[in-house]
Design a protein. Structure first.
Length: 257
């Protein structure tokens, strides 16, 4: 569509890229366009026809840009529908389309979808109808979402139960579902993960003084949601294995660091 317009405009203005044929570029004395009055007349008529094609193409493109003509997909634009007095799209249909698009490729909680519908100014009753229906058919399942979140974020990022619960709350998961999901992790599994995290971090702290090593290791575990008592216990054991003096840490029973 636009390629045709550009070709007409480029060749119709008598510029550098004239096509071959009766209107190709000639010599300096104009022999290429014919000789005498007949040649000049043909050249003028050819220029007028080419200019008309370019002008028509330009008008067509401006009309398409304004939305006066049909859309490229064969339908009409939203603005033209409104101008023609057509009824607005059904809000339930809109809500359904938005939710399906958001759920493609990644699960979402009910609250996440509800927030998205609110931003799109979907009426509350239409949003509620669609969200409830999606829950009935299993497209929305906050319990399954929470279980998968805990599994992924604990093994992938090493997050502890406290951090996982905090993240799930921000996504609008019900407290009972959060408790059920984080109960997948017991204290032994949590501590084992904490030890693995410290072992990986420990190598990068070698050569630092003892206090700095402590702050980096303990701070890393604290940011991932591990309880203070467990943090002290795990870090103390790791530093002892490195030959550091850890008497100042206490017994790992919740002493502040």
């Amino acid at each position: 569509m636009y390629g045709e317009y550009e070709a007409d405009e480029r060749f119709g203005a008598g510029g550098r890229d004239e096509p071959d044929g009766p209107y190709r570029r000639g010599t300096e004395d104009g022999e290429g366009y014919g000789s005498g009055a007949r040649g000049a007349g043909r050249a003028r008529r050819g220029g007028r026809r080419a200019g008309a094609r370019a002008t028509g193409g330009s008008r067509g493109r401006r009309a398409r840009d304004r939305g006066d003509g049909p859309a490229e997909d064969g339908g009409t634009t939203l603005s033209s529908r409104a101008e023609q007095g057509e009824p607005p799209r059904d809000p339930v249909e809109q809500a359904r389309a938005i939710c399906l698009r958001l759920l493609t490729g990644t699960p979402r909680t009910r609250k996440q979808l509800a927030d998205a519908l609110r931003k799109k100014e979907i009426p509350e009753d239409a949003a509620e109808e669609v969200l409830s229906r999606f829950e009935e058919v299993g497209l929305i399942n906050d319990g399954a979402f929470a279980d998968a979140w805990v599994e992924s974020r604990h093994h992938g990022r090493g997050l502890a139960r406290r951090a996982l619960a905090r993240e799930l709350r921000t996504k609008g998961v019900d407290s009972a579902l959060i408790d059920e999901a984080v109960s997948q992790l017991d204290s032994e599994q949590e501590e084992e993960t904490a030890r693995e995290l410290v072992a990986r971090k420990l190598r990068s702290t070698r050569g630092l003084d003892r206090d700095k090593r402590l702050r980096r290791l303990a701070g890393m575990l604290a940011r991932k949601g591990y309880p203070e008592g467990m943090v002290l216990r795990v870090v103390r054991q790791a530093l002892e294995e490195e030959g550091e003096d850890t008497e100042f840490l206490g017994d790992g029973d919740g002493t502040s660091f």
